[in-house]
Design a protein around this ligand. Structure first.
Ligand code: ATP
Ligand code: MG
Length: 139
């Protein structure tokens, strides 16, 4: 089990607002090494699969629309205690509740458009990283 890696996406709002450089700088400055990264456009099927756990939630259709309306930046990050430390760095799902200085506090507009994704477990980090990257793209 890989325990020192997590997976992130800079969501479409971050690219639309020109925040990718600032967010990636904050990720690096917080001690995360980028071991894979690319800009890509998720299809509706991709987004439905990626967020399948939320398929019964009332916001699911809006979530799929949001995540497919423009490109994202997907990345695999490495750091000791990566999953937990990255969730702390991004802050709460609702930016109104995200701690001062967290990525969502600084760059997110709302609970639905919240700038970044972070894996919530080692198991999901592995599944999500493999969803977006082949072995040849991870260093
Ligand atoms: P992510 O999985 O993207 O890192 P998260 O783990 O903080 O976010 P989840 O509960 O997994 O939060 O929700 C996935 C995404 O669905 C959220 O990031 C947000 O874009 C959207 N979402 C979650 N809850 C709501 C809600 N109540 N209303 C609207 N959108 C929501
Ligand atoms: Mg989540």
């Amino acid at each position: 089990m890989i325990t020192n890696r997590t997976f992130t996406m800079l969501k479409p709002d971050s690219l639309e607002k020109g925040n990718t450089g600032a967010i990636l700088h904050k990720i690096n400055a917080s001690g995360f090494k980028i071991v894979a990264m690319k800009q890509t456009l998720m299809s509706m099927r991709d987004a439905e699969t990626f967020y399948a756990i939320h398929s019964e939630r009332p916001f699911f259709a809006d979530l799929v629309q949001y995540m497919t309306r423009g490109p994202i930046i997907a990345a695999i990050l490495e750091k000791d205690n990566a999953v937990e430390d990255f969730r702390a760095l991004i802050g709460a799902t609702n930016p109104a509740e995200a701690a001062e200085g967290t990525i969502r506090n600084l760059f997110a507009d709302s609970i639905s458009e919240n700038a970044v994704h972070g894996s919530d477990s080692d198991e999901n980090a592995q599944i999500e990283g493999t969803f977006h990257f082949s072995g040849r793209e991870i260093f």
